[in-house]
Design a protein around this ligand. Structure first.
Ligand code: G3H
Length: 482
């Protein structure tokens, strides 16, 4: 393929959230550096994509689907060879446990494989003919143009690739900006990108969001924008586009997913699911359970088991065997979490687990906060970390009101046995959230399921097959039959 153009100039040191022992004591470790592109350099990367797309006449968009798939399969072979390097960087850069880092890598490979399978299926069905009112038409799928793909720091590989590869496979040219943390792990894949795709088809930019991505948006040359991150970030960037009607967006945004624990719930199962639901990757998942709403009759029993289970989780380094809780990558995060807890405590709640809220450098010991009431920040603000607000309810109407009034609508979980009651809740929630989980935690997977949300939680639907549709448009070739 093409030449690998690497920008020199200002370099940004990348610091690990994992502190290491030095003669001076525990210190953060600098594990690498990334270039900081200026807006001019980011625009050069964009121009490379615009040229490669060439108004749909470039080599890549005009290539047969089967041939594009071959390029992606070539990339996959090279990507698999980099598993150890990428997994190590996931651990060092964002503090994800080894097991979860390996899962992220393998899940991403599977996602690309599944996307190829879905594309073959889509290609078969979308080239079919339809006939109505004396007109016969063939429906084709065409790319949109230049895609800008951005993912979050909590899944810096999986979530960026979950938009980047569907965009590429549909024939778009892509500019891709790695997440704020989790940037170095793209390095071991740079050569794979270079060797697998024609020049200009994939362009990776590094730097400060406003300067780099802001310039791209303002140019008006981005046709489709895929962003997984905060609502604030997405709205700011979308607003910069001079012709918003020409920008298609697919967004995965904020959430405050509740678990509703009814009085007849199997408590062992509810505790088990709520532990992983609230604390996998220290609660830094958009699909994490971010508030537990428990029926008053069982709240004491639930809390006793739940807090004991939280305090049994093993803290440590990402590579320690059996570790569940690890350092947090965002600087200032422990202070932010403490602020949320202080606000709740000042308004009458308590930290009810023994180890809750203890901090050590970038580590924050999960805090279970009870009873959380609606005037506390923790009732509605997305904490995206290891603080677990517990609210109590008497009537189901109270939880329905909470969900309906929430600004977010990604997912929720219901724990209970009475199917008539659960059925009523499902009816009440079906037009409020993208997914209702029964007796299990919230989650995005399997990746072949549609992943979306309502209100401020999402725009469009992501998943293997849906993502292919996001990055393409149907074009009709129609002729009269009579
Ligand atoms: O951060 C949001 C992710 O999409 C969550 O994915 O449920 O597979 O952890 P997950």
């Amino acid at each position: 393929g093409g030449k690998l153009r690497v920008w020199e100039g200002e370099l940004n040191p990348v610091q690990s959230p994992v502190f290491v022992k030095t003669p001076k004591g525990l210190e953060p470790k600098v594990i690498g550096a990334t270039p900081l592109l200026t807006s001019k350099e980011s625009l050069e990367a964009l121009e490379a994509a615009v040229t490669a797309y060439d108004n749909g006449r470039g080599v890549w968009p005009s290539m047969r689907v089967a041939e594009r798939i071959e390029h992606v399969e070539r990339f996959l072979v090279a990507m698999r060879a980099q598993r150890t390097a990428v997994v190590n960087l996931l651990m060092w850069e964002i503090g994800k446990t080894q097991a979860d880092s390996e899962k992220e890598f393998d899940r991403t490979v599977d996602l690309i494989v599944e996307t190829i399978r879905a594309l073959k299926e889509l290609d078969r069905t979308s080239s079919r003919f339809v006939q109505d009112q004396g007109i016969m038409a063939q429906i084709r799928r065409a790319p949109l143009g230049v895609a800008l793909c951005m993912g979050p720091y909590n899944y810096p590989l999986n979530e960026t690739f979950s938009t980047l590869f569907p965009a590429l496979l549909m024939g778009n040219a892509v500019v891709f900006k790695p997440a704020k943390f989790g940037v170095l792990l793209i390095r071991p894949l740079l050569e794979a990108f270079r060797d697998s795709f024609p020049p200009g088809v994939i362009n990776i930019i590094y730097g400060r969001g406003r300067e780099t991505v802001g310039a791209l948006m303002e140019s008006g040359k981005v046709d489709v924008f895929a962003f997984i991150g905060t609502n604030k970030g997405a709205s700011e960037l979308k607003r910069m586009h001079p012709r918003p009607h020409r920008l298609k967006a697919v967004l995965g945004l904020d959430a405050k997913n509740p678990a509703i624990i009814l009085e007849d719930a199997d408590l062992d199962n509810a505790v088990k699911e709520c532990i992983t639901g609230t604390l996998s990757f220290n609660g830094q998942r958009c699909t994490a359970l971010k508030v537990l709403m428990v029926h008053r009759r069982i709240v004491e029993q639930f809390l006793e088991r739940f807090t004991a289970a939280v305090d049994r989780l093993k803290p440590g380094m990402p590579w320690d065997p059996g570790v569940a809780l690890t350092p947090l990558p965002e600087p200032g995060k422990t202070a932010y979490l403490k602020g949320l807890v202080d606000d709740a405590v000042a308004k009458g709640a308590r930290v009810v687990n023994k180890l809750g809220g203890q901090t050590n450098q970038s580590y924050y010991s999960p805090a279970v906060v009870y009873p959380v009431t609606s005037e506390m920040r923790l009732a509605t603000e997305e904490q995206f970390g290891p603080v677990i607000p517990v609210m109590v309810f008497d009537e189901e109407e109270e939880v329905i009101r909470y969900v309906v009034n929430s600004n977010f609508g990604q997912q929720l979980s219901i724990f209970g046995k009475d199917s008539a009651r659960i059925g009523k809740l499902i009816d009440a929630f079906s037009n409020q959230v993208g997914r209702i989980n029964l007796n299990c935690q919230c989650q995005r997977g399997p990746d072949t399921f549609p992943f979306n949300g309502r209100k401020d939680s999402a725009e469009g639907t992501l998943s293997v097959a849906d993502a292919l549709r996001v990055f393409s448009i149907r074009t009709l070739v129609a002729a009269k039959t009579t």
